[in-house]
Ligand binder design. Structure first.
Ligand SMILES: [Fe+2]
Length: 250
C-alpha cells in the first residue's frame, strides 16, 4: 500500500474550521512563556493562524526555507517500517482529519490538530529534524525486532511527544503531545504530581510509557543539540538490548 495521499482541502467543513480556531486560540493564549521559543517562532515561520486550517502545500513551501522537511499525508497510524522510512527522508506523517466539536479534549488517536499544530512548528528546527531522521535510521536497522521498536518508541515518546527543555528563562515545553493538549500544558510544568528528571537515554530505555493519561515522568533536555548529540548513545544501547534481548538496567 502506498501511503501518499492528498489533503483535499475543499472537503473541510465549517465545523472543522471552528474546531481549528477554538483549539488554536486556546493554545496560543496559554503557550507564551510555557512553550519553547523555537516552537513559538516556528508557528510564525509556518504561518499558522486561527482562521485558516493550514494548507499543507503552503506549509511545505515554508518548511523548505528552513529544513526542507515536509508534511506527508497518511490515513492514520501506519506500519512502523513505512513510518520510519518516511521520517528518515524528512517526511513527517500527518492525518488531515480534525476532531469533532464534541471531542475537543479527548481523542483516541491523533488528529490533524495534534499532528500539525503540535509537531510541525518545530520541523523548522534543524537539530530536532536531524534527531528524528537518525532515530528512524536506528529503528530501520532493527525493524523486525519488536523490542528495538518498543525502545525507539520510548525515546520518541519522552522527547518529541512529551519532552521538556530547560531554557535560560525557565522550563519550557517542546513535546507535541503537551503543546496540543490544553490540560497537560500546565500539568507538565506546574503540577506536583509528575517527576521531572534530566534527559538520559538509558533511563528512557528503561521507562515504559502509558497512553491516554498525563505522564508520570517528564524528561528535560538542555538543548536540541543535546538531543541530536545523543544519537550515538541510542544506537549503541539499542544494539546491546537487541543482542541481549532485554534492556539492561544501568
Ligand atoms: Fe505525535
Amino acid at each position: 500500500m502506498e501511503y501518499n495521499m492528498l489533503q483535499e482541502y475543499d472537503k473541510y467543513v465549517q465545523e472543522d474550521f471552528d474546531v481549528w480556531r477554538i483549539l488554536y486560540n486556546r493554545q496560543l493564549a496559554t503557550l507564551p512563556g510555557k512553550a519553547t521559543n523555537d516552537y513559538l517562532e516556528g508557528i510564525k515561520q509556518v504561518n499558522f493562524v486561527a482562521d485558516k486550517i493550514p494548507d499543507f502545500s503552503e506549509v511545505n513551501t515554508l518548511l523548505g526555507k528552513h529544513t526542507g522537511w515536509k508534511i506527508h499525508v497518511v490515513p492514520g497510524l501506519i506500519p512502523s517500517k513505512e513510518f520510519f522510512e518516511l521520517m528518515r527522508d524528512g517526511n513527517f506523517c500527518a492525518t488531515t482529519w480534525l476532531r469533532k466539536m464534541s471531542q475537543l479534549d479527548y481523542l483516541e488517536e491523533p488528529d490533524m490538530f495534534h499532528d500539525v499544530f503540535g509537531h510541525v512548528p518545530l520541523l523548522t528546527n534543524q537539530p530536532l529534524c536531524n534527531f528524528l531522521s537518525d532515530l528512524s535510521k536506528i529503528a530501520l536497522k532493527h525493524i523486525d525486532n519488536d523490542l528495538a521498536i518498543e525502545l525507539i518508541g520510548r525515546l520518541y515518546w519522552f522527547t518529541v511527544e512529551f519532552g521538556l527543555i530547560q531554557e535560560k528563562e525557565g522550563l519550557r515545553i517542546y513535546g507535541a503531545g503537551i503543546l496540543s493538549s490544553s490540560g497537560e500544558t500546565d500539568y507538565s510544568l506546574f503540577s506536583d504530581v509528575p517527576e521531572r528528571v534530566p534527559y538520559d537515554v538509558a533511563t528512557i530505555l528503561n521507562t515504559p510509557y502509558v497512553k491516554d493519561k498525563y505522564q508520570v515522568k517528564y524528561f528535560i533536555i538542555d538543548s536540541f543539540e543535546q538531543l541530536y548529540g545523543s544519537v550515538a548513545e541510542i544506537d549503541k544501547l539499542v544494539d546491546i538490548a537487541v543482542k541481549e534481548n532485554k534492556v539492561l538496567v544501568y
